[in-house]
Design a protein around this ligand. Structure first.
Ligand code: ARG
Length: 462
């Protein structure tokens, strides 16, 4: 029986035997098989271009396209056998193409290298992943707006240093996260610009002597222009850093809201209740309902940052152009992408399955002399005094209230007058929490009217 020659690595003609250990460890197929669709799409457009440029014949082009489509089907139907020995998805597909169409498969790699092939596939993949994340973020924003809509009049303490600062609407707090997730969307969207440059055709690092048409492949693969410098093209992983950075910042936002909800869900704060859908129990303490999902997403941000740091470290000090070091880029990105998508979904699930404890929020907002700043503002406005003087008078009133174990709203006008004789009954209105929240009418402030307007505006922009 003739020996099956196809069962050899592409470089068998040059390299007699490579270490089995390295074949196993150096292979990236388990990771980059994720790129099969993009790889096949890129290859089909590549050979179409080679044919248009009269570099390969119609017959060869047709055979290759037929073979590639067959391979795509095999992979989709999980009938494709991957082989570690062929290192990555690019070579696994090429080897299978030889099996299907014979030696004409050998034309496919004309005027290209895996170096441009891999970044082309990766950029196409990332364009889709980026748009997908933005869709998920839109969903999350819709959920936040739904919660906000129901809680415009829900008053809670706004904190600084986790100490009661000034009363706010719970909706206003929630919508702070809308701003963060909108910035995340923009950050991802901005990345699309670097992703719009087509690497295909720079070959290994120098470009090619074949008369290729990079504008054709650019158009057909959904890019906007070909990359300018062949060496930079195969060395560049800035788009990877951009993706990992955008993912990290988004994970960080998710981690911050998770942390706050964990605190608020504690018995100490008791500002929110998580429904049974989003808590887990303890193996020993029967009473427990733990916010594990929130802890999970808070923890996962660490993986995301780690991936960003790994990539920065891989690139630091790496000479131009392609090195094996770069192979790890895909694992980092795929993992960060998976983490982020899961975390967005989990946060969405939590936000659909919790309720604010409105009574407790209000009670907490009634402590800590939270309307002191309102009193100071009132003094400035009603008595035309400088803010610093008003601050001093208010501090004396707070000291008095604290000493007498009273809330500001429980002080008698008589007592207030001892500190500031010109005060009248009118002043007591500023101790009302609703009055306080609603008075913050400056643009971006927590007044109910502002919040309503912002909800409408956000909804329009989704
Ligand atoms: N598996 C490789 C990677 O993902 C493909 C590029 C290989 N290029 C090379 N010159 N070895 O980075």
């Amino acid at each position: 029986m003739p020996k099956n020659k196809n069962n050899q690595t592409i470089w068998k003609s040059r390299i007699k035997k490579s270490s089995a250990l390295f074949q196993k460890i150096g292979s990236s197929i388990e990771i980059d098989k994720n790129l099969y669709k993009e790889d096949i799409e890129g290859s089909i457009i590549h050979v179409e271009m080679l044919f248009r440029q009269k570099i390969i014949s119609f017959k060869v082009k047709d055979k290759i396209v037929f073979g590639l489509n067959k391979i795509k089907n095999e992979i989709k139907k999980k009938k494709f056998t991957y082989n570690n020995k062929y290192e990555d998805i690019h070579m696994n597909i090429e080897k299978r193409l030889f099996e299907i169409i014979g030696d004409d498969a050998g034309y496919i790699h004309t005027a290209r290298s895996r170096n441009d092939q891999v970044v082309t596939d990766f950029k196409i993949w990332m364009r889709f992943a980026t748009n997908d994340i933005n869709k998920k973020l839109n969903n999350l924003i819709k959920t936040i707006l739904k919660v906000s809509q129901k809680n415009i009049q829900t008053i809670m303490p706004g904190f600084t240093h986790l100490k009661n600062a000034q009363p706010i609407s719970f909706a206003h707090y929630m919508m702070a996260y809308v701003e963060m997730f909108r910035r995340d969307k923009l950050r991802f969207k901005n990345n699309l610009e670097n992703l719009s440059e087509n690497p295909l055709g720079v070959a290994a690092l120098t470009g090619t002597s074949f008369d290729i048409d990079r504008n054709f492949t650019t158009r057909k693969l959904g890019f906007l222009k070909p990359t300018n410098n062949s060496i930079d093209t195969v060395s560049d992983r800035d788009f990877v850093l951009d993706f990992l950075f955008a993912s990290s910042v988004c994970s960080l936002h998710i981690s911050r809201i998770a942390e706050e909800f964990i605190i608020w869900n504690s018995e100490g704060f008791n500002l929110i209740t998580l429904s049974d859908k989003v808590v887990t129990g303890s193996s020993i303490m029967p009473q427990k309902k733990n916010p594990d999902l929130l802890e999970y997403i808070r923890g996962k941000s660490g993986n995301s940052f780690g991936n960003l740091f790994s990539m920065l470290t891989i690139l630091k000090g790496l000479p131009l152009s392609y090195f094996k070091d770069l192979q790890d880029d895909k694992e980092l990105v795929f993992k960060s992408n998976e983490i982020l998508k899961n975390c967005i979904s989990i946060l969405n699930e939590v936000l659909n399955n919790f309720s604010p404890n409105k009574k407790k929020m209000l009670e907490l907002a009634e402590t800590g002399y939270i309307t002191a700043t309102d009193l100071a503002d009132y003094l400035v406005k009603s008595y035309k005094m400088p803010f610093r003087k008003a601050y001093k008078i208010t501090a004396s009133i707070v000291n008095f209230a604290e000493k007498n174990k009273k809330k500001l709203s429980e002080l008698d006008l008589k007592d207030l007058k001892k500190i500031e004789p010109s005060l009248t009954q009118d002043v007591t209105k500023v101790f009302d929490l609703k009055y306080s929240v609603n008075s913050k009418k400056s643009f971006g402030g927590t007044s109910f009217a502002n919040i309503k307007k912002m909800i409408t505006k956000y909804k329009k922009n989704i």
